[in-house]
Design a protein around this ligand. Structure first.
Ligand code: NDP
Length: 523
């Protein structure tokens, strides 16, 4: 297998490598801060035209982009596998298929989801007023994704931003620039006009330059540390940012669960994408009486997994994306052993490949049960009661996703609602990022804001309140000049009108008439 590779970064270019083989895949421009600024300006100019396009025009372009992806399906899957190290199987199942679904959903439904909405304004309505909300696009959306889902995350966010009427400047990770550029190429081939989607390549500094260039929104996916830096830099210009950050997701397995299914779910949840998913199962808590059986099943399933180069269709666990990430995994496995946990299988690395590793006798006091690993490890701990399971699951700075496994659906839902996480699945694991209709985002240090779903779309627009007075013939009682009559009327507003009751408000009529007459006389 491969030798561990370093990513050299030149002042003018970055080199993309295949982490599985160490082979160079290509070189791309290291975009300067000045060029990033120009890209944001170009995006802002292009926004003036794009915002006026109809939903149907946008829909046609996104559906065209889908056709292009389908026409180049295998080529794109191969590129994702080559640049990220993941198996082609996962490029198809975890990136391309879900984002194609998201594309058709938002292409077809954004108009309905962003339909102007009338607001009931109670007694003000009786005074001839009406209110509605319309959703205005923001302008330029800066997208800064991580390298772990380098196609589906930035493309999904791009599609949602475009459907909402925004333009996009995307800065892919330095580890996956070719996939970022591929997104730009797909948009261009689909006929999306110039400067509506721009891709700027480079390392962290290019991402920082994008934040400094003051886009109208930042969609960031990455670590808590970088998320904090971005939040700080964005705050200087009051730029709002959605932050999709790390996770240490728990899986709770009760003794009454279907243990065979739970074991398979745990293995996929912990080892897919070589464990480099923000919603990977990173802590498994099993009810004590089922621990031995579940562990045995997990180890058996894990030993079936082939580790290797992702283009081999029988490979389940591909290469890790970088040496930095590999070193974190090694450190956590060592630290588990030092702290008294025991490895039942795995634990070794070869180049950037790390064996899927099952650890038992883990507990929450261990460092590796608290910090995000982001690699193919599955630590198992036990609990005795429902209450203890909830406490252990919530004992984390993170709260992205969680899962509860039981045949008792009332218990499943009861426990799910007490877990501090943005998504909690019952008898399911990890995959809901693939459902574009459902919101995605974390509690606690796992992030701020949402992507996907109506909640995600709302992050990409600003609500505008349009208020109309259809009876604009009389002055308002609360206008100037004030007087003794005015103050008495306002007392009545507080006592009667503010009750929301028509009957109470009717008591105010004589006073209101007096006040209006007073205002008319003063004209
Ligand atoms: P990083 O935080 O290192 O990087 C994320 C992105 O930010 C990359 O594009 C990176 O560029 C860029 N970047 C780095 N420094 C800056 C800066 N100062 N200003 C602006 N941009 C910057 O995260 P990783 O790429 O290592 O991703 C792994 C993390 O992402 C994990 O913690 C994982 O849990 C999280 N994640 C969260 C998801 C969620 O939905 N909640 C989904 C996927 C991942 P470059 O790579 O070129 O340095």
């Amino acid at each position: 297998m491969s030798a561990v590779i370093q990513i050299p970064i030149d002042e003018n270019e970055i080199i993309s490598y295949n982490p599985a083989t160490g082979k160079e895949l290509g070189r791309v421009e290291n975009t300067s801060a000045e060029e990033v600024k120009v890209a944001v300006e170009n995006g802002r100019n292009a926004f003036q035209t794009w915002r006026k396009t109809s939903f149907s025009e946008r829909r046609k372009l996104i559906m065209k982009a889908r056709e292009i992806i389908l026409a180049e399906l295998d080529e794109i899957a191969l590129l994702i596998s080559h640049e990220s190290g993941k198996p082609v199987a996962e490029a198809l199942s975890m990136e391309i298929a879900p984002v194609l679904d998201l594309m058709q959903y938002f292409a077809r439904n954004s108009e309905k989801l962003l339909k102007p909405r009338k607001i009931g304004i109670g007694l003000y309505g009786l005074l001839g007023r009406s209110s509605k909300i319309i959703y205005q696009p923001l302008g330029v959306v800066g997208i800064i994704p991580a390298w772990n889902y380098p196609f589906s995350i930035p493309l999904g966010e791009t599609v949602m931003a475009l459907m909402a009427g925004n333009t996009v400047v995307l800065k892919p990770s330095e580890l996956t620039p070719l996939i970022g550029l591929k997104i730009g190429e797909i948009c261009k081939k689909a006929g999306i006009p110039e400067n509506i989607v721009q891709v700027v390549t480079g390392a962290g500094a290019t991402g920082a330059a994008l934040v400094e260039a003051v886009p109208d929104k930042i969609m960031f996916t990455g670590s808590v540390a970088t998320g904090k830096k971005i939040a700080e830099a964005a705050a200087k210009n009051l730029t709002s940012a959605v932050l999709e950050l790390g996770g240490k997701d728990p899986m709770i397995v009760f003794a009454d669960a279907n243990l065979e299914l739970a074991a398979q779910g745990a293995v996929w949840g912990a080892f897919c994408n070589a464990g480099q998913s923000c919603s990977s199962v990173e802590r498994l808590y099993v009810e004590e009486s089922a621990a031995e059986k579940l562990t045995e099943l997990i180890v058996t399933e894990t030993k079936k997994l082939k580790v290797g180069i992702g283009t081999d269709e029988n490979v389940s666990v591909g290469a890790m994306s970088s040496e930095r990430q590999l070193n974190i995994v090694k450190d956590h496995v060592e630290s588990f052993e030092k702290d008294g946990a025991k490895l039942l299988t795995g634990g070794k690395s070869d180049g950037l490949f790390f064996e899927p590793t099952v650890v038992v006798n883990a507990n929450n006091s261990m460092r590796a049960m608290q910090e995000e690993t982001f690699g193919p490890t599955l630590p198992i701990a036990t609990f005795k009661t429902e209450e203890e399971a909830i406490k252990l699951a919530n004992d984390s700075e993170f709260g992205l996703t969680a899962s509860v496994w039981t045949k008792d659906s009332a218990k499943g839902k009861r426990v799910a609602e007490r877990i501090e996480a943005g998504t909690v699945c019952v008898n399911e694991v990890l995959y809901t990022h693939g459902i574009g209709q459902t919101p995605w985002g974390g509690f606690k240090n796992s992030g701020r804001g949402r992507t996907h779903g109506i909640e995600g779309l709302m992050e990409l627009v600003q609500p505008q309140h349009i208020h109309v007075n259809k009876l604009a013939i009389l002055p308002n009682a609360w206008w100037m000049p004030y007087s003794k009559t005015a103050v008495e009327t306002f007392r009545g507003f507080a006592r009667y009108f503010a009750s929301g009751s028509l009957f109470q408000t009717s008591k105010l009529s004589p006073q209101l008439t007096k006040r209006i007459k007073e205002l008319l006389k003063k004209k």
